[in-house]
Design a protein. Structure first.
Length: 290
């Protein structure tokens, strides 16, 4: 396998924003000039795959060229025997990841919102693991059991234990390490007791089980609208002239860039497919040059 950086987006709970995060990562990396491969392991939902299909349809209907990754959809094994199924999934996923890593700078893997053998294997390939987490104690329950009154972390939960197992699997396979990032999604614009409690618990949990925190995305209708066209917030100005940028969109784009900065995967200046360059400004405004 080459030196491609592999990013896995994972969480065992649906509705946490994994595919939205994956798509924005893919497009951002493409826009910076990197070569990107992507893999969708969420066979029942296939949200990332449908997102990219919508993007291709949009390009065909508008004549607008936009960057696309080399994408693969991978489903679970058809073998009923658990041992044969696991071996089949390991072999197929290893071949897919190795093939993409040999020709691309980054490989982004989107995983299902449930526990499965294929998801576990996918996690074990991560150089960077990003776990989107809704700002709710319901979602936090997958990471840790928390005392209902004191909010003290009692013990890690199922997903945290699974990540620990895949960290060991990664170390055994090639000596690599997994940089685990938990991103807080759907943060309320106004602080609350729950928000502060979540912040305190996650800070304590990060030290205990070994992840770092990154800012995520707010709850915005724009994400659902963009899915239908296969677009991301990073495409709006160049791709969709019918959708005018408003302050909410600008704030959302800044959230995307804040996440990318926290992850440390992309430079501050982005190069678009048409050759134009834009550089985010500290005041939230943008400059555009050709």
């Amino acid at each position: 396998m080459s030196n491609a950086h592999i990013v896995v987006v994972g969480n065992q709970k649906g509705g946490s924003g994994k595919s939205t995060t994956s798509m924005h990562l893919v497009v951002s990396l493409l826009n910076t000039g990197y070569s990107v491969g992507s893999i969708d392991l969420d066979d029942p939902q296939a949200t990332l795959t449908r997102y990219l299909e919508n993007r291709r349809t949009f390009m065909e209907s508008t004549g607008i060229e936009m960057a696309m990754p080399e994408h693969h959809m991978m489903g679970r094994s058809f073998y009923e025997n658990p041992t044969l199924a696991r071996s089949d999934e390991e072999t197929r996923l290893d071949a897919c990841v190795s093939g993409l890593a040999a020709v691309h700078d980054f490989v982004v893997i989107d995983t299902p919102g449930s526990d499965s053998n294929l998801s576990r294997i996918g996690h074990s390939y991560a150089d960077t693991l990003i776990t989107p987490l809704n700002d709710s104690f319901i979602d936090l329950d997958l990471l840790a059991k928390v005392h209902p009154e004191t909010y003290k972390v009692l013990r890690p939960s199922s997903y945290a234990e699974m990540v620990w197992e895949q960290r060991k699997a990664r170390a055994i396979r090639d000596g690599g390490k997994i940089d685990w990032i938990v991103m807080r999604n759907r943060l309320a614009s106004i602080g609350s007791r729950n928000t502060q409690a979540m912040e305190d618990v996650l800070a304590a949990l990060a030290k205990r089980i070994g992840f770092r925190l990154a800012p995520g995305f707010g709850e915005r209708v724009i994400f659902r609208e963009l899915f239908l066209k296969g677009l991301t917030l990073l495409d709006l100005r160049s791709a969709d002239a019918n959708m005018r940028l408003n302050m909410s969109h600008v704030a959302a784009r800044q959230e995307v860039r804040a996440l990318l900065t926290a992850i440390g995967l992309t430079p501050a200046i982005e190069v678009r497919p048409n050759g134009s360059v834009y550089e985010p400004q500290d005041n939230g405004m943008e400059t555009l040059s050709i």
